[in-house]
Design a protein. Structure first.
Length: 340
């Protein structure tokens, strides 16, 4: 009764390992360590007191995936592995289609061959594109603006077709908004390999002295303070949603064996509100400069979370204060991430 966690050494994957282990599941991690660290799994073992088997496997290697699935007698998978930087996907789209689409096809083929047909997919609110309504419901039209977002939308289509082809499959597609925060122990957290592309780790690195200042892209949006508004969700809430989704798979009927839900809080915070909240949590000033808007950015985007509440009995519990406090705790203990 072991669950395969692809990309399990990464930011969200390592937190998912903790949550599933603490719930009594066994896990095995496959990760090529392209944007992660094996050290995170050693920290997971410290937090949980459980062993985390690790296999340095790329998800595009179907033969090796089959070996791992067979060797550990896996009964399902939580699929995080993939490339995730929007800007990078625009400059290097082939790599993103190879990692995210081809990699997922190989994973699903390996699982199908071995008749292992429970899977949770790590999708993204990027599949929606510019919101035509707020909050964003799961029925919102999709229209991703980047190759990254399009890879997520393609995989969702692949999974829907797979579920329709065989009622034995049980599939959940979870559309993330903006994961932030860290485990309360400060042992695991977000550790960007290069310059952070997301707001919270950049703010944290400014607060701890790794970077001089934050650049705020645009202060002329039609929002309460002119800066962009997003739905930020604590990473522990996010992975608890995965556990709820995995448990919900067992109860799905054959004719409705696939579902899609948003994972967010339903509340939007502006860039400057995030800065002020982190200043309160860290007791540090966060200097920033204003720059022009970036192409593709929207004024506001936040989730409707009612379907997740009804479908998997899940709601986010941790507030913005907890998100900032836990991020600050993590970076204070690990100012250089796992590299120290």
């Amino acid at each position: 009764m072991t669950i395969l966690i692809t990309g399990g050494a990464g930011y969200i994957g390592s937190h998912c390992c903790v949550t599933f282990l603490e719930a009594g599941h066994d896990v095995v991690v496959v990760d090529n360590l392209a944007n992660s660290s094996e050290e995170s799994l050693k920290r997971v073992e410290r937090i949980t007191g459980r062993t985390v088997p690790f296999e340095p496997v790329d998800i595009r290697d179907q033969q090796e995936l089959e070996r791992v699935l067979r060797q550990y007698e896996c009964t399902g998978a939580v699929h995080f592995a993939g490339a995730k930087i929007v800007g990078e996907s625009i400059t290097n789209p082939l790599s993103y289609y190879d990692n995210n689409v081809v990699g997922t096809q190989r994973l699903l083929s390996a699982m199908d061959k071995l008749e292992i047909r429970n899977v949770i997919f790590s999708s993204s609110a990027n599949v929606y594109g510019p919101p035509s309504m707020l909050p964003v419901t799961e029925s919102h039209p999709t229209g991703p603006l980047s190759p990254y977002g399009r890879t997520k939308a393609i995989v969702e289509t692949m999974l829907s077709d797979l579920a329709a082809s065989n009622p034995a499959w049980r599939i959940a597609m979870l559309r993330y908004f903006n994961p932030v925060g860290a485990h309360e122990s400060g042992l695991i957290g977000e550790d960007p390999q290069d310059v952070p592309t997301n707001l919270m780790p950049y703010i944290a690195q400014v607060a701890v002295g790794r970077r001089e200042q934050l650049t705020v892209y645009g202060n002329d949006y039609e929002t309460r303070d002119g800066t962009g508004v997003r739905d930020y969700i604590h990473v522990v809430d996010l992975v608890e949603g995965h556990l709820k989704a995995y448990e919900a798979l067992k109860a799905l009927p054959d004719d409705r064996n696939c579902f899609t839900v948003n994972l967010g809080t339903g509340t939007g915070y502006s860039v400057l509100e995030m800065v002020r909240a982190f200043e309160r949590a860290s007791n540090k000033e966060i200097p920033y400069t204003i720059a022009p808007r970036r192409d593709g950015d929207v004024a506001e985007c936040y989730a409707d979370t009612e379907l997740a509440a009804r479908t998997i009995d899940w709601r986010a519990k941790r507030d913005l204060t907890a998100m900032c406090h836990d991020t600050w705790n993590w970076i204070c203990k690990n100012p250089r991430g796992y590299g120290e």
